[in-house]
Design a protein around this ligand. Structure first.
Ligand SMILES: Cc1cc2nc3c(=O)[nH]c(=O)nc-3n(C[C@H](O)[C@H](O)[C@H](O)COP(=O)(O)OP(=O)(O)OC[C@H]3O[C@@H](n4cnc5c(N)ncnc54)[C@H](O)[C@@H]3O)c2cc1C
Length: 249
C-alpha cells in the first residue's frame, strides 16, 4: 500500500500541474503529476515550495485530497486567503503545465488506515475537509464497511467544497452520513439559523463515545481546539481524537 513519510523520502521534486478545477468561488483543486510519488495514506499532506525569480521562496503544507488507487495524479485543494502570500497564487494564477516543487507524503498520525475497524467521525472546519475527503474517497474506493460521519462547518452553502460529490456519495456509499453546519448563511428552508459547531451538534451528529470511534478533526486552529474540547468533554477518549491545525486564529 501507500508509502509512509520516511525522512529519506522527503526530497524536493518537481511536479507538473495537469489540471485545475474550481470547487467554490474561493477554493480550487490542483491536479499534480508527480513522477516519483511513493503513494500516500488518507490524511497525509505534502509541502509545496514556490520560488520567485529573485530567489525568494515560500513553503506551505497542503493536505492530499485524493485517494491512492496505486497510480495516477495527486490532488490538493487550496482555499484562498485574501491576505495570504501563497494561497492566492495557487487559486488564481497556477495553470496546467506549470511546474511546482514539492515533497511528501508527510504525516503518520493524522491518517485513516482502512484496517482500523472502528466507526469514524470526521469534523471539518472550512478547508479542513480536504484530508477528510481523502479518507471518504478511500473508503468509497475500497467499499469499506466502517460507518463514517462527516460534520462539515462552512460559512455559507457556496463555501462547501466537494458538495456535489458528497451528495452523490451519501447516496451511493452505504454507511456515509454528512451533516453541514452553516455559520453565516443557511440554504433556503434550512431548519435552524446559522450557528457554530457546539455540544448539540457533536452530540446529535457524532458517534456516542461508547462506540469508541476514531475521530479526525481538521481546520483553523481555533475551530479544531473548540471541537476537540467538546468531544473530550462529551466523553471521547482523547487518544482517539486526532487533530490537524491549518493555522490562523
Ligand atoms: C498540515 C497542514 C495541511 C494544510 N492543508 C491545507 C489544505 O488542504 N488546504 C488549504 O487551503 N490550506 C491548508 N493548510 C494551510 C496552508 O498551509 C496555508 O497556511 C494557507 O494556504 C495560507 O497560506 P498563505 O501563504 O496564503 O497565507 P499566509 O500569508 O501564511 O497567512 C495570511 C494570514 O492568514 C492567516 N492564516 C494562515 N492560515 C490560515 C488558515 N488556515 N485559516 C485562517 N487564517 C489563516 C495567517 O495567520 C495570516 O494572518 C494546511 C496547513 C497545514 C499545517
Amino acid at each position: 500500500m501507500a508509502g509512509t513519510a520516511l525522512p529519506g523520502r522527503l526530497i524536493w521534486q518537481a511536479a507538473t500541474v495537469s489540471a485545475v478545477r474550481a470547487e467554490t468561488p474561493s477554493a480550487r483543486t490542483i491536479v499534480l503529476d508527480i513522477p516519483d510519488w511513493p503513494g500516500h495514506l488518507p490524511g497525509q499532506h505534502l509541502d509545496l515550495r514556490l520560488t520567485a525569480e529573485d530567489g525568494y521562496s515560500a513553503q506551505r503544507s497542503y493536505s492530499i485530497a485524493s485517494d491512492w488507487p496505486g497510480a495516477g495524479p495527486v490532488e490538493i485543494t487550496v482555499q484562498r486567503l485574501e491576505d495570504g502570500e501563497v494561497s492566492p497564487y495557487l487559486t488564481d494564477v497556477v495553470e496546467p503545465g506549470d511546474r511546482i516543487e514539492l515533497r511528501g507524503p508527510i504525516g503518520g498520525w493524522f491518517v485513516w488506515r482502512s484496517a482500523q475497524p472502528a466507526p469514524v467521525l470526521l469534523v471539518a472546519g472550512g478547508s479542513g475537509v480536504v484530508p477528510l475527503m481523502s479518507m471518504i474517497r478511500e473508503r468509497g474506493r475500497l467499499r469499506a464497511r466502517q460507518p463514517f460521519r462527516l460534520i462539515y462547518s462552512v460559512r455559507t452553502p457556496e463555501d462547501a467544497s466537494f458538495a456535489g460529490e458528497l451528495r452523490r456519495r451519501v447516496r451511493d456509499d452505504p454507511g456515509l452520513d454528512v451533516h453541514f453546519v452553516y455559520t453565516r448563511k443557511t440554504p433556503d428552508g434550512w431548519p435552524a439559523p446559522p450557528k457554530r459547531i457546539d455540544v448539540a451538534t457533536l452530540n446529535s451528529h457524532g458517534w456516542p463515545p461508547d462506540f469508541a470511534p476514531d475521530v479526525f478533526v481538521c481546520g483553523p486552529t481555533s475551530f479544531v481546539e473548540t471541537a476537540a474540547d467538546i468531544l473530550v468533554a462529551l466523553g471521547h477518549d482523547p487518544s482517539k481524537v486526532r487533530t490537524e491545525r491549518f493555522g490562523g486564529g
